[in-house]
Design a protein around this ligand. Sequence first.
Ligand code: Q46
Ligand code: ZN
Length: 300
Amino acid sequence: MKCRKCGRGAVIELRRHNAAFCEPDFVEFFRNQVREAIRKHRMFTPEEAVLVAVSGGKDSLALWEVLIEEGYRTTGLYLDLGIFDYSIESKARCEKFATAHGVPLIVTAVAEEVGAPVPIIKTVTRRPPCSGCGLSKRYLMNRVALERGFPVVATGHNLDDEAATLFGSVMHWQTDALPRQSPALAATHPKLVRRVKPLYRLSERETAAYAFLRRIDYIVEECPFAAGATSIAHKEILSRMEEASPGAKHNFLFGFLDRARAAFERVEAVALQECARCGQVTTGTVCAFCKLADQVKRAT
Ligand code: Q46
Ligand code: ZN
């Protein structure tokens, strides 16, 4: 197996690109994909301060590393979900990374903001853990970015994540979720910051290879609550399709983004207003996060 670029021995084969790369050329390929994502979707400029949401896993730390290497002004945001040893260890990886690269890291604890960590929220709400967790993460990312003056939040979602989310939305024909599936979401209200996914062109296998080659110390274990999530089942189905037909995930996601997404965009805009409690954006009077915090307070 030879590198497509230089002809030396390759370390990774990318079947969907019908290519193999040596270590330096794979690193360059990876960074090029990130550059292309940022350029194509005008995600941010070198002048803007970018808040990078990091979980301690391979994707978000690989993203942070590329943005630092590319010279962007970045700050990490670690949301401490309070999920047993998983949170303790993932937080330690983020702190270690930030120290090693000399970049700032903001740590916000869900338990302090909501009143309880994710496992307790799960018990109180009697809903799947990812429901309260996902809601809290989306809310806190936006609020921290606003409070600290960041115009944009970058997350480490990769091609596999995005294809699996799309698959789930299509399986249930969640037509309101489809227009929101995008590598770059604009700020549609003064109190919403832009949300971007610079790794959406790269597969999970590619981010794992990049993190390994760049010697990034990330947490390999998944969140213990991930096992039961339907997104995992969707990922497995898509990986089987990818195995049979390399490029299947890419074609599914990119075909949607290029040719189908616009058809689901709503004509009538949803009326956004500010939460009577916290002032963050909501469609009702009190936002879902404040309602969750109330429910937790009543029960604990
Ligand atoms: S952290 Fe939270 Fe994920 Fe764990 S509880 Fe679910 S949403 S799986 S990315
Ligand atoms: Zn609120």
